[in-house]
Structures are given as structure tokens and as C-alpha cells.
Design a protein around this ligand. Structure first.
Ligand SMILES: [Zn+2]
Length: 296
């Protein structure tokens, strides 16, 4: 099947009823569209639609192709200041926007800990900063990812150790006075069991924990910490109403510089190289030029 779901492109043709877009417009593509009729859709949570047609999710092909057909309202026109390359990164940024919005309480001055410094973890940290959090900690086991996080957006970083979760948590709390009582918000963008356990120990009493990363189906979860601290726990899946729009605005206003995540661009014919490099962990994001893109 055709892979791909992080894409931007140029409109070549529109249907007779489309009034918001015209050929030549550059757009970020939201790669899944829902039924618009079911309970979740009508309640504004279309990412939970059971009839969702999502790119590169069987039986639907992905966007790594020359042409793509999409409903007009799932194409987001890019301002002149935003490039198509940045447009392709609106998708992971929208995932991060949705995750941070799930926390609901990220407001000026708050402290946020993000577990995982892969693309989504980094973008969660950047969105939390953009929303006004004054302390943002990125946690990972790979030093190079942490040094990138520091240059990208995080105020603090922590290299997770092979020690019990409560000890990692107390090390994180020691990073800044604002974390002494625990973090206001903890986001897991790793899906890794030790990170999830640390999350529940590092969140403050009455704080919020959001699960964004996907790992194993079942893990050992410190449920007593959740109960005794009255933690609000939320899941997060893809993105919903307003997330893409906000992601485009964050890039257009310069609040999140997604260009820093782009390690390179390969020709369509060399797409396999991009997957290899990402798998080897050498790069953060590699873009693949579309087959119709003019060669330099
Ligand atoms: Zn639906």
C-alpha cells in the first residue's frame, strides 16, 4: 500500500462547489476525514469517528503520491510566509497541539514535563512554550535528542536513568524551584513504560497527565499515585476541530519553528533512503519531494 500522512501540496483542480480554494493555492493536508454524521463527529470530536478514512491506514492509501483527492475543508491554505516544507510538518505539529490542548490547563507560568524528545515530544514542548508555560522539561534516554531539545524550545532537560521511577521523578523535580512540588502538566510522548511510571510520580497533586505516545497495549501503571494525588488523566489521539488551524498559525507567527526539525529532503525516487535514515536514528525529519515537484 502507499505510505505517507504528513504532507503539503499545491491545488491543481477543485470541484464545482468549492469556493475557498483555487488552483495554485498551497495547502497543508489533513490526511483523514470523518463521516460527519456520527455521535463523535456531531459532538466536535471527529478524530474519534469510527468511519474515519485516514491516509496509510488500511484499507486507505497514503499521501506519498503525485496527486491526492481531499475534501476542501481538510486542506489548510498556507500563508505566503509558510513554505510547503513547513506545511508538511503541520501534521505532527497538529498532533502536538491536540495533546497539549488535552491538558487544558497549560497557561502562562506553568511547568510542563514532556517524556520523549522525538518529533512529537519536541513539538509538544514547543507548543507548551508557545501557550505560555515558563518551565518546560524534555526527558529522554538519548543525549543528542536532549541537546537538540534545549536548542529548540525546552528550558530544562533530563537524561532518564535506569533507576526506579520515583527516583527519576525526584531528580526531575530538583531541576527547578517551579518543579519542587511536582509539574502542573506531564505529557508522555514516548509510550515507554518507565516514562509513564515516572510521569505519575512527577506530576503535582491535582495536576494533569496526558498520554500521547503509543507503546505496548498493557503496562504496570502506578495507579495509587493517580488516585492519591487526584491526577486528571487524559488520552490523546491524532487531532480534531481547530488543531490544524492553530498549528498553521503557530508556524506562520514564528512561535514554533518547524524548519529546525528538517534534516534534509530526498527525491521521490530515493524515498527509501528517508525511511532508512529515520530508522537509524540519524535524523529528526526527512522530507520526500513529490514526484511532480520540479527538479532543482
Ligand atoms: Zn463520524
Amino acid at each position: 500500500m502507499v505510505l505517507g500522512h504528513e504532507s503539503a501540496g499545491t491545488i491543481v483542480q477543485v470541484g464545482s462547489s468549492v469556493t475557498t480554494l483555487k488552483p495554485g493555492d498551497r495547502v497543508a493536508l489533513e490526511p483523514g476525514y470523518p463521516c460527519r454524521r456520527c455521535g463523535p463527529c456531531l459532538s466536535g470530536r471527529y478524530n474519534l469517528c469510527p468511519e474515519m478514512r485516514f491516509a496509510a491506514t488500511p484499507p486507505y492509501h497514503g499521501t506519498l503520491t503525485g496527486f491526492w483527492v481531499s475534501p476542501a475543508d481538510f486542506c489548510y491554505k498556507l500563508p505566503d510566509s509558510v513554505t510547503l516544507q513547513e506545511g508538511a510538518l503541520i501534521e505532527p505539529l497538529a498532533v502536538a497541539v491536540h495533546i497539549v490542548r488535552q491538558a487544558a490547563v497549560v497557561t502562562p507560568g506553568q511547568s510542563v514535563v514532556v517524556m520523549g524528545a522525538g518529533p512529537v515530544g519536541l513539538l509538544c514542548a514547543a507548543v507548551a512554550r508557545a501557550f505560555g508555560a515558563s518551565t518546560v522539561v524534555s526527558v529522554d534516554i538519548v543525549e543528542s535528542k536532549l541537546s537538540f531539545a534545549k536548542s529548540f524550545c525546552s528550558t530544562h532537560t533530563y537524561s532518564s536513568q535506569r533507576i526506579p521511577a520515583p527516583e527519576n521523578a525526584s531528580n526531575i523535580r530538583a531541576l527547578a524551584p517551579s518543579l519542587a512540588g511536582g509539574a502542573d502538566v506531564v505529557i508522555d510522548a514516548s509510550g515507554a513504560e518507565p516514562s509513564i511510571q515516572t510521569s505519575l510520580h512527577v506530576v503535582r497533586p491535582g495536576g494533569t497527565y496526558v498520554q500521547g505516545g503509543m507503546g505496548r497495549d498493557e503496562i504496570t501503571f502506578p495507579i495509587m499515585a493517580l488516585c492519591l494525588k487526584e491526577v486528571t488523566a487524559k488520552g490523546s489521539f491524532r487531532y480534531g476541530s481547530g488543531d490544524y488551524k492553530l498549528a498553521v498559525e503557530l508556524v506562520a507567527s514564528g512561535k514554533v519553528d518547524v524548519r529546525k526539525l528538517i534534516s534534509g529532503v530526498v527525491a521521490f525516487e530515493e524515498a527509501e533512503q528517508a525511511f532508512k535514515k529515520v530508522k537509524e536514528g540519524e535524523v529528526i525529519k526527512i522530507l520526500i519531494a513529490g514526484p511532480n515537484e520540479k527538479k532543482e
